[in-house]
Write a protein of this length. Sequence first.
Length: 526
Amino acid sequence: MRFAFVIPLFSLFFVLVNGVPVPEDIYRLALFFLMTQIEYCFINMESLATPRRVERDYAVLLVLGASTVALLLSRSKGPLPPGPMALPLLGNLPQMPRSEEWNTYAEWAEKYGDITYLTIFGKPMIILNSLKVVRALMNERSANYSNRPYSAMNEFCGLTWILTNADGEAHRIRRSVVQRYFSGLAAVKHRSHQQDEARVLANNLLKSPELIELHLKGHAASSILLGAYGFRVEGAKDSLVQQMDETFEHGNRFPGFASFLLEKIPAMRNYPRWMPFSGFRAYGDLVTRIFQAIRADPYERTMKLIASGKAAPSFVSTSLDDLAAETSLSDKEREERVELIKDCACVMYGAGTDSSTATMGTFCMILALHPEILKRAQEELDKVTGGERLPTFDDERDLPYIDALFWETLRLIFRDPTVFTNPDQFRPDRFLGEKGKQCRDVLTLVWGMGRRACPGRQLAEASLFITMATIASCFDITPKSTDPLPQLEFSSGFIRRPKLFPVNITPRSSKWKEILEREVLPAVYS
Ligand code: HEM
């Protein structure tokens, strides 16, 4: 019983220092008590006979107690937001949803409120579950909450140059370079090639509608590469698109245990290559090399096109022109600026392609499931174009229903019933009229907030709008099988991708087939 006093004393000490314990602390405390009890029995049963053993066991107990105190005090001061109870070491890993994570997060929101606190292998994270807290943290306290958590893996693979990974000053410089060319008025410059690309997509869908997935991806890739590098790709099978895909796959395939160890012990990045189990060093070299290649290769393609006079104006060519005009720079400064241009151009492809492809895929599946919505969209388009031509950006202000259709497609991930009544229903009308303004205001969240908000927003909005208008104006889209009617399902992950079901895509009439053949363009750039 000599150690029984430890329990209440320790509890008092803990509450004084750390405040009211959260469930995770109670769990840790329980573990600590268990350890003291085991140690107590151990001392009583084995050590009483020899005083030296007693001393040794006291020492063991002291070390154990001190480390537990350190562990308990490692929790940041002040109460943490509530969340599901975490296990030692694993944290909340076993409770993390494997699919349709938004449902679990919604359940947690009901149980724990607007902010849910989790840990995974000791790494804390929070889930923000209401617009109010997202705005309060990401917008109003953007300076505090816009950095990425340190990632030893990113450093190990040489990926700190990527805008989405960069922090502080490196992030600020890259963002301002990107925004100068892709946001605000500058985004308008891209409209002509965005309209062309919408028509190239229509042409591809006319010729081989069954390849819709590849066509959508090729379309997104070309639209962004044209803006960033000034060249288009020959569809999703283009070597560059494949190279980009493989790069991201390689990044994802990095051995999980090695990345866990690296995050826990960053010094592992210097683990000698001649030692056993050093395979992860070679894998790190490979990932570094292939990421460097996708940074350098498209840039080289642009340089060749510029040299041959065939490059369309782009972020790279314009930035190089601006650089050439700055005569006061030293050679070193000039080299640094070129590296910065490479950094910024490369990230646009990675950040923009999948999100745009997923949005257009969702749009096509929605049209197949809601013929009444497609019909209404076509009626509006016909009123503006006279049913005689494809839409252009000049028609934009006369197409409020197409605009609402665009917003409702993006809205599908927003399910707050207090803002979007019956969130399971696809209803573009919610974005029309006075009430529509409030819905749009909320939906700006889809582009993120604060210093990390999407710098490709205007580019994406314009490209998606003209592509949706073009596809809706000339095609009928129906599910290949209607018994049973397919459901629109999404895969889980960082980007919510629709699972495409087989659809028929046919010109609305023989007149529309003629219009398409007359107006759609083959590849218009090199
Ligand atoms: C449907 C289309 C798109 C959606 C929904 C979308 C959404 C987002 C969101 C929510 C973020 C913020 C992520 C965060 O908080 O960390 C983001 C960041 C970003 N987006 Fe987009 N995006 C889209 C298209 C694009 C396009 C077309 C481009 C480029 C051409 C682009 C470039 C970027 C970049 C570079 C970032 C990182 C910004 C930073 O870390 O400072 N996005 N996007």
